[in-house]
Design a protein around this ligand. Structure first.
Ligand code: SF4
Ligand code: SF4
Length: 181
């Protein structure tokens, strides 16, 4: 199937509005090899490989370039970082070994710290906080599993998940953003 994807833009960017503090923040994120970004030569392989880029408002290669230019508002407000399936195809295929998907995770963290996240993320997070799972397993599903010869969904320590979330402070962050609504 041939997909039509806009890989270039006629938009004029105000480079005077760049935010270097943002790039510094990104560089400081643990476990994200943001330095790999400097090897991006804009070949667009990431965008061409992405199974969902036609739904993105910014293409992966554009996001990489915009980070290089420190265009914070553009990248943390785009829908692409949230629609990304985290399939890692772009990262695996990048000829320059740029850690695109990992960088997307970093962008999501920064967007969240600025209160920029889809409502569904908050709802899923709250469900995981309360039940330990994004979707609770119902009696009906357990019966279906039994009919299919599958074992019961194993129980686990919900408090352990709460502890992790409390340590990260994510629920607090959501609450403080709610006050500003
Ligand atoms: S595939 Fe890699 S080098 Fe090519 S545009 Fe994407 S990030 Fe840059
Ligand atoms: S990880 Fe995200 S951006 Fe990369 S190919 Fe998959 S969906 Fe596209």
């Amino acid at each position: 199937m041939v997909r039509n994807i806009e890989i270039t833009t006629n938009e004029i960017f105000d480079l005077g509005a760049t935010d270097l503090e943002f790039k510094e923040k990104l560089f400081k994120l643990p476990d994200i090899d943001i330095k790999s970004l400097k090897y991006c030569f804009q070949c667009t392989t990431c965008t061409a490989s992405c199974p969902i880029s036609n739904a993105f408002d910014l293409m992966p290669h554009q996001i990489m370039q915009m980070i290089s230019l420190s265009l914070i508002n553009k990248v943390i407000n785009c829908n692409a970082i949230w629609l990304c399936l985290t399939c890692y195809i772009c990262q695996e295929r990048c000829p320059q070994n740029v850690k695109i998907t990992d960088i997307f995770f970093g962008l999501k963290n920064i967007a969240t710290s600025h209160g920029l996240y889809p409502k569904s993320i908050k709802l899923f997070t709250a469900a995981i906080y309360e039940n330990g799972r994004a979707i609770e397993v119902t009696d009906f599903q357990e019966e279906e599993r039994e009919d299919l010869g599958l074992p019961e969904v194993s129980p686990f320590d919900k408090n352990a998940i709460k502890k992790i979330f409390n340590k990260i402070g994510i629920m607090k962050l959501f609450k403080s953003n709610d006050k500003g609504d």
